[in-house]
Each structure stands twice: as C-alpha cells, then as structure tokens.
Design a protein around this ligand. Structure first.
Ligand code: ADP
Ligand code: MG
Length: 741
C-alpha cells in the first residue's frame, strides 16, 4: 500500500492537466486535489429550477434537452446552434456559434449538466457557450443503466480559470484510482471512539458518493480532521511554551505593588482581583506565562496589567507595554504615570524613594530622546517601558525583560510569538500578557487562541454610567442630523467633550480611510443596499464645515492617520485634558482615535456613516464615552434604509451593550475568513469544512482528543501521519508569520 498523497499531479495526470490545475486553482499535489472538495452535488432526476436563476449568476444546471436548431448567422458566415433546455416547467436556451457538430450529441430527451453565466438575449435567459457534460445516453431506456445511475450524485467542484467542474471530476477520478490507502492523520483509537470513517473511505465518498448519506459520513470525518489537526498544533504549541525557560517573578515582598494598591482611588472589582491572582501564580512558574486578558473597553484591563508590571518590577525585572499606535502608546504613558503618581518619579528631582521610572519608546521619537530612553532601558533604570509594537521586533536591549504586555492585539499570533521569542539576559523568556477589547466567542478562542490561557473581565467597574446608543436616520429624517449638532452644543455647554468619528479622511476617496474600518460586511452591505455615503462624512471637510456652521465658536480639532505623530499627540492631549483652558471640545477623527484612549470628560460620540463600520468596531468606539461617572450618548448616523442588513446591524448595536452577544452576532454575519483572517489568516486556508460559528461540538471533541494524543505521545512518534499533517499546517502558518512579521 503506497501513499501517493504527496505525489505531484504532473506525475499522476501528465504535464498539461497538472499545469492547468496549478494555474487555475493552485493545486499541485495529489493531496491538494483530493482535498478540493465538491461544493455541492447534482442529483440525477433532480433538475435545476431554471426559473430561480438570476441574470448575471454563474450557474451549473442539470436539465433536459427539449429541442435543437441550427441556423446560419445573418451578418456573417457561420452557424448558430441553439438548444432549448427544460426542467419540466421553465425553459432557457444554450447558444453556440460555429459548433454545428454538437447537433450529433444534443438530442432531445438527453439530460446534461451545463455551466456558464446567465445572460439575457431577446428577452430570454440563456447560457452562451456553456461548459457541457451530457449524462450517459440511453439511461432512460435501459433498466440496468437506470439502476446503475439511479441516486448517483454528480459532484460540482469550485472551478476556476480554464478548469471546469468536470475537468476536476475527471482528474480526481484518475488520482483516486491510484491513491491506495493513504496514511490517516486521525489515530485508529480516536476514529473508533468518535465513530469516524477512514481517510481513504472519506475521500472516495466525498468525491464519488452513491448517496447523500455517503457524503454526510465523509464530511463528518473530514471536518473533524480539520479541527483535530489544528488542535494538535495548538496542543503542541502549548507544550512547547510550557517547556521554555522563564524566570520566576515572585518576590518575597511587593512594596511597589502594595503602595500602588493603597493609592488607587477605587476598589478593584472581583474580576480584577481574581485575574491578578491568576497572573501572580503564572509569574511564579519557571515557564512563561502565556495569557490573554479580554474585556470590554473600560473594563479595567490596564489596571490589571499595570499591577502585573509592578509585581515584576518589585522582583527586580522590567516590563514592556506594547501599543498598536503611537497615539495609544502616548495615552498609556499619560494614564500609567497618572495612576502611578509619585511611584513613577524615581530618579527625578524630588522623586520618591520607592518607585521606578517609565520610559517611552516610539518610532517618531527624536534621536536624543530615543538615546536617553534606550540607556534607561539597558541599565534597568526604567522598570516600565512603553512603546509601539515594533519595540519588540527591533533589537532593543533590556537589562532584564521579565514581562511583555501586548495591548489591543489585532495580529494575534504574530505579536504574541514575537513577544515570546524575546529573550532576557540569561536566555530565559519573558512572561506574556495580551490584552484585547474584542470579546472573543468561545469557539474562536478555542480555534485561534487555543494555545493560550484566557482570562475574562466580565463586569464593568461599578459607578460606570454606561452609554445609550441611538440610530439617527440621515436618509429619512435629515432634520434629525441637524438636531445631532444642537445636541453636541448642549453637551459642550455642560463642560463635556464630544467625539465625531468618520469613515474617511477626505471626501470622495475611500482608500484614504485610516486603519481599521473593518473589511467585513459593512462595506459590502452598504454598497449592496445602494447606500450612497452622506455628504460631509469625511474628517477634513466635516470639521471645516462644522467650525463655520453648526458648531461655530466651539474648539474643534481633527485627528487622522495623515497627521504627523506630534500633531496627533497634541490634538489627543488637548482633547483628553482635564484643564479646560487650552482644551479641545470636539474631536473629529477617523478610527485612529483607537479604542484604548481614556477621556473622562467625553460624554458623547457621533459616528457618521456608521454602517461603514463593523459591529465589534462600533461597540469598541462607543466604549470611549460614558467611562466616567457621567452617562454617555452614542449616535449612529446612517443613510442605510430601514430593513437593510446594514441598518439591522446598527439596530443590534443600539439594542445591547453586551460585547459578547455582539461579537457572537458579528461572527454569524461575517464570513468565516474575515473573522479568522482579522486575527490570524494562517488558519483560513486549512479550514474548508469547519465553520467556527457552527461547529462548536466538533471543535471541543477534537480538542479533547488531540490533547490526549499529544499528552501520551508528545513527539507524535507513534503517529507519523498526524505528525506530518501538523508539520504542514505549522509551515503554512510560519509562511504567513514571516510575510507579516
Ligand atoms: P480598559 O483598558 O479595559 O479599557 P482601563 O483599565 O483603561 O480599561 O480602565 C478604564 C477606566 O476605569 C480608567 O479610568 C480606570 O482608572 C478606571 N478603573 C479601572 N478599574 C476600576 C475600578 N475597579 N473601579 C473604578 N474605576 C476603575
Ligand atoms: Mg485600555
């Protein structure tokens, strides 16, 4: 029994077919091809409902030929062959130019599969030059043939380029016939316990099913395999992290942490305290902590992280806090030095005995400031270092890096692994804590973050007034938009600050939008619904217009990605400032405002063309207001009509402030690739049949099975096929990692 899965298609199919498959679909090996599963199956006797086909759609239809005519073309030499096909009720025609020879096989009464794009000609729907496959002739007359063909399912493959579904079907048949019994990555005992068929059976049945039941059995097994291999990778990574050396950071006493806790103007929530204990336990082990801290914006993650940082500084080590942007890094510096008070001033004139100094390191820093910061970092004078994510990738020399905190992580795997790869002086690895404000549904946590321990801050600190959200329909009620600006004035008159968030920087162009407008359904849905963007929903023109009109007399600043770092920093500082003298009242910004910024006086947010943003993003944005004791108001201004999917999404955001409920909804609405892609696209290519939103039980079962297999056989010596699958999957992810890192 040979295993041919790794063989090249060239050796199995010959050069021409192999080249076509590679060019059209990137299929190179036998495995690539047999893992290119049918999208669906056409069933003989089950003709396609022709009336349901939409013009413009690419379709594969099964239908019966009713009549065939050939006539000369009017203007030019040559002939037109027209075949009328029917599903028994509706008809449509197939047209071919200069293919008179088809008359021989296109006989009335024959059934075939026809693939092409639906067009309209002379008021009738047609397929012009479709790809054709006629079913065996005479089936209807020959009882034996009928029996052989009855119930047969014809696989319809995702086609591409010059390769049609039946080219694929033929190629797959050739390869399957030579395949033998490929080695199965799922160990026998796991298969038996889960009631799954072998890989060989699954591949045969998915490509050559005799019944729907065959397909179900095959898909069940192949889907489990995807989850299982992925979970094996995650279990292996967990084991690897557990084997890395790290220094225990549990000092006998924690004077700085204790002083900090005493100085806090509030009491920690139960969640903050419990997670603090988990982290303390992690830091006491001699392998690196590898923990994800999730919680809504404003749930108090930064305080949790800061307490962990102080604990390692108490133990003589250093902590680095990495933010995704310079604005956020600057914000962290402000809020952390603010929270630390005298504890952050050691080494300064009049500074306290107890404490440390906090260094900032960003890309746009001038060289003198940068040199001073680097010096503080290498000598260990700076116990806490705040910088942008690049900090960890650059060769910054730490005296003794004990803990890396990664904030607002969006390229999860990449940053997290880069952080783990950092080494402290003695070659041990730092402990890693990752913070995210995007609530992660359980299944995604298991699929994408399965090698990480997860802590969740579920409650908001008490005393939070929260935020009320309303949809303002710009299309139906333009008056209401005018009312929005009156409301802004009232808010500012009360001494408060207002965010105005726009999807674009300048009018017209879409491509200058900053950062993180989700590439999710927001854009598509907006366009599908024919929603024209409202006038004045770009930062620069809107700010100018408001300054002259509705908001004249107020102090307005802009913030967007094309501003220099210093300008951004200054705008943000004036907007966040408690001092009312030199403050900014209204900040008109793109999403560079970033979800982590803390502006206690901000009570209102207006989001223009809110339908352009994804659900999770809207939820995070509005988390910027209502963080203090003052209630927040968030207005989602949109042109999307009532009943459109875009409008429904906004209504959902307005209806609840439960971040987990919203992210589950987001997951349902978005295509799988988008969800995983935004976090880690390496996962995408390996998941064909597994849908994270729908197959929770499969994922849980696969995780348990994979964990057990790896515990018993960490090097997978007794499971060579699984070991090979794991290596392949990790290599794919590694390629992704290199590309991005
Ligand atoms: P996150 O990082 O999760 O968005 P922060 O840690 O920045 O949240 O906290 C948001 C605000 O709430 C900050 O002003 C912080 O000082 C305050 N805060 C944090 N924990 C508490 C608490 N237990 N009680 C009251 N306020 C808190
Ligand atoms: Mg934060």
């Amino acid at each position: 029994m040979t295993d041919l899965l790794g063989s090249s298609l060239t050796s199995l199919l010959g050069g021409r077919s192999a080249t076509a498959l590679d060019k059209a679909l990137g299929l190179r090996t036998a495995e690539d091809l047999v893992r290119h599963y049918p999208r669906r199956y056409a069933e003989r006797g089950e003709l396609t409902d022709l009336a349901s086909l939409a013009v413009g759609e690419r379709v594969t239809v099964m239908a019966e030929i009713r009549s065939v005519t050939v006539r000369p073309m009017r203007q030019r030499r040559g002939s037109i062959l027209e075949a009328v096909i029917t599903d028994g009720t509706a008809t449509m025609s197939l047209t071919f130019f200069n293919q008179k020879w088809r008359e021989r096989e296109f006989r009335a009464g024959r059934t075939g599969l026809f693939a092409g794009q639906v067009t309209v000609y002379g008021g009738k729907r047609q397929l012009s030059h479709p790809e054709c496959m006629l079913l065996p002739d005479g089936v209807a007359d020959d009882p034996l043939a009928v029996a052989a063909f009855a119930g047969a399912l014809i696989p319809i493959y995702p086609a591409g380029g010059s390769v049609t579904t039946w080219d694929l079907q033929k190629a797959v048949q050739v390869v399957l016939d030579q395949l033998g019994e490929p080695a199965d990555p799922i160990p026998d005992e796991v298969r038996a316990a889960s009631g799954l068929c072998t890989l060989a059976d699954a591949l045969w049945q998915v490509h050559r099913p005799t019944s729907r039941e065959d397909v179900d059995i095959a898909v069940k097994r192949l889907r489990f395999e995807e989850a299982f291999t992925l979970q094996a990778v995650l279990a292996q990574r967990r084991a690897e992290v557990a084997a890395l050396p790290a220094t225990r950071r549990t000092p006998a006493s924690t004077p700085m942490l204790d002083a900090f806790d005493r100085s806090l103007p509030f009491t920690l929530t139960v969640g903050q305290r419990e997670i603090g204990e988990q982290i303390r336990a992690d830091l006491g082990r001699d392998h690196p902590m590898h923990r994800l801290l999730q919680g809504d914006v404003g749930s108090g993650k930064t305080v949790v992280a800061l307490r962990a940082m102080l604990a390692v500084v108490d133990a003589g080590g250093q902590a680095a806090l990495l933010a995704p942007t310079e604005v956020l890094a600057a914000q962290h510096l402000r809020s952390i030095t603010g929270l630390l008070g005298p504890l952050a001033t050691r080494g300064q004139l009049g500074g306290g005995e107890l404490g440390t100094s906090v260094a900032l390191l960003t890309g746009s820093q001038r060289s003198a400031g940068r040199r001073a910061a680097l010096l503080d970092i290498v000598t260990g004078d700076a116990g806490i270092v705040i910088g942008t994510h690049a900090l960890i990738q650059e060769a910054v020399d730490f005296h003794d890096l004990a803990l890396v905190v990664v904030d607002e992580q969006h390229r999860f795997g990449v940053e997290q692994r880069a952080a783990l790869a950092a080494k402290s002086r003695d070659g041990s690895r730092p402990h890693v804590l990752v913070m995210t404000a995007t609530p992660i549904p359980r299944t995604v946590a298991m699929t994408v973050f399965g090698d990480v321990d997860v802590s969740t801050l579920a409650e908001l600190p008490s005393g939070r007034a929260g935020v009320a959200t309303h949809v303002v329909a710009g299309g139906e009620q333009p008056r209401h938009v005018a009312r929005v600006w009156e409301r802004v004035r009232e808010e500012v008159a009360g001494g408060h600050r207002v965010f105005v968030v726009c999807p674009r920087i300048d009018e017209g162009a879409d491509d200058d939008a900053d950062g993180r407008v989700d590439a999710g359904p927001s854009d598509d849905a907006g366009e599908d619904a024919g929603v024209t963007p409202m006038p004045m929903t770009a930062v620069v023109p809107l700010a100018a217009l408001l300054a002259e009109g509705e908001l004249s007399g107020l102090r307005i600043a802009t913030l967007h990605g094309r501003m220099a770092a210093e300008e951004k920093e200054q705008a943000m500082r004036r907007f966040a400032s408690e001092d009312t003298g030199n403050a900014v009242d209204v900040l008109v910004a793109t999403t560079v405002v970033e979800v982590g910024v803390d502006v206690p006086r901000a009570t209102m947010m207006v989001i223009m063309d809110a339908d352009r943003f994804g659900i999770s993003q809207l939820h995070q944005l509005r988390g910027l207001v209502g963080r203090g004791s003052l209630p927040g108001l968030c207005l989602l201004v949109t042109q999307a009509p009532v009943g459109s999917p875009a409008r429904d999404r906004l209504a959902a955001v307005a209806a609840t402030t439960d971040g987990f409920a919203l992210s589950a909804l987001d997951l349902e609405l978005r295509r799988e690739g988008d969800v995983l892609g935004s976090m880690q696209s390496g996962r995408r290519s390996s998941l064909r049949l597994l849908e994270v939103a729908r197959h929770e039980e499969v994922i849980v079962a696969a995780r348990d099975a994979a964990t057990a297999v790896l515990e018993a056989d960490p090097a997978l010596e007794r499971h060579p096929a699984l070991a090979a699958a794991v290596v392949t999957l990790r290599a794919d992810e590694h390629a992704e990692f290199l590309e991005k890192g």
